[in-house]
Design a protein around this ligand. Structure first.
Ligand code: ARG
Length: 457
């Protein structure tokens, strides 16, 4: 077969073929391409567009290419893309009869199909990686309810929380990723085959049959839109970017927590990286790279957006540049999710250090103020009074948790023993019974909801 030059023209210059070919990348889509061809062929044969005998020969040819691809010994000829490479292989087997397969089809709807099948598959893989990670967070949260640590706003100690609550927070973030990949799936779930190059076909095709064979929920609505549409890929790249923003934020917690300054976690020797010069180092490279790799994901999204921006309607060859970002996204996301799960399974929290960070500080100040509100004070008055108590403790270098009745009474008689109970660290966590709070019952409910989201995935 002539290298895809214009029909009837000379073969393409090798330099042009090399510059314009996407085969190096889209050979990864060979399975999708073959499955799409088999579905299209079945339809052509049922509709009498390709005679049965010819269809059988083409099917056998496609299946033998599939087998070779599966066993890893498929040599793809030097062509412009995977679609032409398959056609060329088929032609080598069957001669011109192979050409019957391309009736009512263009590479424009073919590539749209391959990409949709691929993205759909990747979403399924990402769902299972997400559900493994969320499942692991829930399991860990169940055994870490006794670990108390500070929460942070502005990276300053804020209020005491349980470690379970922190892990449930990560879980809540990742369930939104389950939702956003669900949206990606719904956007991807339309069969493009049969729109041809742009305007449909005069042949008596059956798009619904192809849709059913390929298990899509609906048909794309308009061929002109379909061949130029990569919205499903943009949604995919965005969902991936947002997920990677999430993993990067979790990673930063662990980079910070593993510093001597925080000292909250210890990295297992099997995940901590050393320094080539400083013998004492136990570096959190795994978490730093989880954070760093988010950049590539966001880059993929931006590449796709810029590639599509300003393209006129219909198919444009620029769209072939979608291949690198689309193909890179899935392995990137899955790699990050899996290593994050592994990394988290290999960190131990130093319960004493975590508790000390809460106790040595005044993170229960809000609880003292709320206890005063319970005694009838307006919140602003209570807030001022608790603030005065905190400053007195700081001046006396006494942690709020250790404040004495005498100290409190000297400030204001309303700071009675019942109010001071609120300065106890464990009580401060237990008392947060509001839905979505760090109290044990509330966290139990959050973990239950996470478990459900995992079954949804
Ligand atoms: N290699 C092309 C791509 O991946 C396939 C579609 C080519 N269509 C065309 N009219 N040249 O986007």
């Amino acid at each position: 077969i002539a290298k895809t030059a214009a029909a009837g023209g000379p073969t393409l210059l090798p330099e042009v073929l090399a510059f314009t070919s996407s085969l190096a990348l889209d050979r990864a889509l060979i399975r999708e391409d073959l499955v799409g061809s088999l579905a299209h062929l079945t339809m052509l044969s049922r509709r009498g567009i390709v005679p049965q005998e010819q269809a059988r020969a083409i099917r056998d040819g496609l299946v033998s290419i599939w087998d070779a691809a599966q066993s890893g010994d498929l040599q793809l000829p030097d062509e412009e893309d995977v679609h032409m490479a398959v056609e060329s292989l088929l032609t080598a087997k069957l001669g011109p009869a192979a050409g019957a397969l391309h009736a009512a089809r263009s590479r424009n709807d073919q590539v749209a199909l391959d990409l949709r099948l691929y993205v759909r598959e990747q979403c399924a893989e990402i769902f299972s990686a997400l559900s493994r990670l969320i499942g692991a967070l829930v399991e860990r949260a169940e055994v870490e309810s006794g670990t108390i640590l500070p929460s942070y706003t502005h990276r300053q100690r804020a209020q005491p929380i349980s470690l379970s609550y922190l892990l449930a927070a990560y879980g809540a973030m990742f369930t939104r990723d389950v939702d956003s990949f669900g949206f990606v799936l719904s956007q991807t779930d339309a069969s493009p085959l049969g729109v041809g190059a742009i305007a449909g076909t005069s042949l008596p095709i059956d798009r619904q049959l192809v849709r059913e064979l390929l298990a899509f929920g609906r048909l794309t609505a308009n061929g002109l839109d379909t061949v130029g549409d990569r919205d499903f890929a943009l949604d995919y790249a965005y969902a991936a970017s947002r997920l990677l923003v999430h993993t990067s934020r979790v990673a930063t917690d662990f980079v910070d927590f593993s510093t001597s300054e925080f000292g909250f976690v210890r990295l297992d020797g099997a995940i901590a990286c050393g320094s080539s010069m400083m013998p004492q180092k136990r570096n959190p490279d795994l978490f730093e790279l989880v954070r760093g790799k988010a950049g590539a994901g966001i880059g993929n999204l931006v590449t796709l957006l810029v590639d599509m921006k300003g393209l006129p309607g219909g198919y444009n060859r620029d769209q072939q540049e979608d291949r690198a970002p689309i193909l890179a996204t899935g392995p990137l996301v899955r790699g990050v999710l899996d290593i994050l799960q592994l990394g988290l399974s290999r960190v131990t929290f130093d319960k004493m250090r975590c508790l000390a960070a809460v106790e040595q500080d005044a993170t229960q100040a809000t609880d003292v103020a709320e206890a005063l509100v319970q005694q009838g004070l307006p919140f602003r008055t209570a807030y001022q009074l608790a603030g005065t108590l905190v400053r007195a403790c700081q001046d006396a270098r006494v942690p709020l948790a250790h404040v004495t009745t005498e100290m409190a009474q000297a400030i204001d008689p309303r700071l009675n023993d019942e109010v001071l109970q609120a300065a106890r660290v464990r009580g401060a966590v237990a008392r947060k019974t509001s839905p979505g709070g760090t109290g044990p019952d509330s966290v139990r409910e959050q973990l239950e909801a996470l478990r459900e989201s995992v079954t949804r995935a």
